[in-house]
Design a protein around this ligand. Sequence first.
Ligand code: GAR
Length: 210
Amino acid sequence: TPRVVVLISGNGSNLQALIDAQSYGELGGEIVAVISNKVDAYGLKRARDAEIDAVALPHNEYDSREAFDGALIKVIERHEPDLIVLAGFMRILTPLFVHRFHGRLLNIHPSLLPAYQGLNTHARVLADGGEEHGVSVHFVTEELDGGPVVMQAALKIHPGDSQEDVIEKIHAREHLIYPIAVRWFLEGRLQLGPKGATLDGMALPPQGMR
Ligand code: GAR
């Protein structure tokens, strides 16, 4: 069975969606460890409740990004994963880390990339009066939030929608598409090639599957 390590920093609702998919036999692999850079992340409890190895690796105990990432690499490699899934992991990763796991690193980002890279995407979309928003699953490369997109789900923003309304819609879509993307990867259908992401050997468009 393909092995998955999930990195989190907080609530872990996306982790839960992956755990649920696994319990229905729909993930195509096994989550062998969950690692959080925050000791109090609720997602660690979700992992323990599912009898998954839950590891807290507080980044503030390391002198530098490089030192933290070095420790993180060691913990991850101990679990011999086929795929590393970033699920609300709120730390920028060093090039060393990204290279080490090149082609085996997926992230989910709450925007229709390449729009709204970075943080606070919902607030920025609302402030801009945007009518369309969404989520993207992408391969992680050295370019922050810039790696090839695998899959997107869009949503409409209606007049009067609060940030909470938007976050709820975002989460619903994330929980739907992330397990699918992970499954495609673990089935060997999804790959990071020299020219970008491919599905069943065919190049995906810049917005991935929608
Ligand atoms: C998700 O909405 C995810 O897209 C976002 O954090 C949230 C984590 O929620 N990730 C980023 O902003 C990455 N820069 P969760 O902990 O409930 O899965």
